[in-house]
Design a protein around this ligand. Structure first.
Ligand code: ARG
Length: 460
């Protein structure tokens, strides 16, 4: 079998040329989509009077056999095939004969084919990734559910800041991931247009209906502009960003698990099934799932920036550079498909040491803001209240005690407004319960948030 463009060439490609050009080692995964596209294309050729009823029937039958042979591995590409589209045309001709098989290429080009098939593959992949991300959200929600009252030191700058509910913290990660799910759905809305029928760039002269192919392939409609349809890959860059963002969001969870499971923190213990040992240090239990998550997020960012660099400054319309669009996306999807189930398992089985977290929740004077806000409720301007609370911290620090261990006299010496009633807010539970505005860490608010998040997961 020769290439699809043999006519004007006296010789075949040099071997190094063929090796450089070949893409079947990665674009073969588009084969089922290419065959679906061919079925739809045969139908519009028939509609346009370019294939008889009988030819259409035989064409579809040959494509069915080809699809089964691709699936079973009975038909595979060779180096001479160059790409998936060329290989499948060879396969079709082997099954339908050169006369009928050779008719299918009318009115289409590999340029509009590949732009369409790549969208189809990515749309399916986005649905799989969505399911995987929702599983992570579900694991976070499950932990939040199991620890409704557990408290922890909330941090800013990694320094102890204010006590929060563990569930509140876990759901913060859930919210970020739900936005990623939303991004994928939004991306799909823009990507659901079909370039099929754009031809090489200028559109078809054969009376073929792009809207019919689009509907057949599950798109909302055809692209508006055949040049844009064959030359644009912003749909690929956009989902590469969303996949990278998912990786980055997962890496933030991963980083915390790595920190929480250190001997210094001891906030959580990894389940044996989701951790690894060391070949030399018998005591080790390593958070490899979390580390690989952190590491792979860098790779996903690389796939995004690599693709953007490939796209930059390409003149319209199709350029062969665009063949470089697929591997980074295949890789990002593949990595997430490895990562998401493992991270879900790791999160779902994490055992939190809630006593340890509760012990550290007030450490580092995390209730200082509560003193200041209590003073504000007593009518003290915040600037003065902040100052007084700061003096309480200094006094407690000097004596090596907690804020709640300051004496009534010490409080009174700092400010006449600091009556013994201030102790009401000097407990972690009191502090947490007091932050009861929408989105706050009070148990009632977190329970409501968990419920709304679960509702979103169930409709996503
Ligand atoms: N394999 C190419 C790609 O993935 C499609 C073929 C277009 N080649 C061409 N010479 N017009 O982009």
């Amino acid at each position: 079998m020769s290439a699809l463009w043999g006519g004007r060439f006296a010789s075949g490609p040099a071997e190094a040329m063929a090796l450089l050009s070949a893409s079947t080692h990665f674009d073969w995964r588009l084969a089922p989509y290419d065959i679906r596209g061919s079925r739809a294309h045969a139908a519009v050729l028939h509609r346009a009077g370019l294939l008889s009823e009988d030819e259409l029937t035989r064409m579809h039958a040959a494509l069915d056999v080809l699809a089964a042979d691709v699936e079973s591995g009975a038909f595979v590409p060779t180096l001479a095939d160059e790409d998936v589209h060329t290989a499948l045309e060879r396969g079709l001709i082997e099954r339908a004969g050169a006369e009928l098989g050779g008719k299918l290429r009318a009115g289409r080009s590999r340029n509009d084919q590949v732009a369409t098939l790549f969208r189809m593959w990515l749309r399916d992949a986005a649905r799989r990734v969505t399911t995987g991300v929702l599983d992570v959200v579900d694991a976070l929600a499950g932990q939040a559910d199991r620890h409704p009252g557990a408290v922890m030191p909330g941090r800013t700058h990694l320094q102890s800041a204010q006590p929060v509910l563990l569930a509140h913290h876990l759901l913060a990660h859930g919210q970020a991931l739900l936005r990623d799910v939303d991004r994928l759905a939004d991306w799909d809305r823009r990507t659901a247009v079909s370039p099929y029928g754009s031809g090489a760039l200028a559109g078809s002269s054969l009376g073929l209906d792009p809207a019919m192919v689009a509907a057949d392939l599950g798109f909302d409609g055809p692209v508006e502009n055949s040049i844009d349809g064959t030359a644009s890959r912003d749909f690929a860059a956009e989902i590469a960003f969303v996949l990278a963002m998912i990786g980055v969001n997962l890496s933030r969870i991963a980083e915390e698990v790595i920190i929480w499971t250190t001997a210094e923190f001891r906030f959580a213990v990894l389940d044996d099934a989701w951790s690894t040992g060391s070949s030399i240090m018998p005591q080790k239990k390593n958070p490899d799932v979390a580390e690989l998550t952190r590491g792979k997020s860098g790779r996903l960012i690389g796939n995004l920036t690599g693709l953007l660099a490939t796209l930059k400054a390409q003149p319209l319309a199709y350029n062969r550079d665009l063949q470089e669009d697929k591997e980074p996306l295949f890789d990002s999807v593949e990595q997430l498909e490895l990562l998401l189930p493992a991270l879900t398992g790791m999160i779902a089985t994490l055992r939190f040491d809630t006593d340890r977290m509760a012990e550290l929740a007030p450490a580092g004077f995390t209730l200082a803001t509560d003193i200041a806000e209590w003073l504000v409720r007593e009518g003290v301007p915040f600037r003065i209240a902040h100052e007084a609370a700061g003096e309480c911290v200094r006094a407690a620090e000097n004596r090596g005690v907690g804020l709640d261990e300051l004496t009534d006299d010490e409080f009174a010496a700092i400010s006449p407004h600091l009556t013994p009633e201030v102790r009401l807010v000097l407990t972690v539970e009191g502090s947490i319960a007091s932050r009861d505005a929408h989105g706050g860490t009070a148990p009632v608010r977190v329970a409501e948030q968990l419920k709304r998040l679960r509702d979103k997961v169930s409709v996503a």
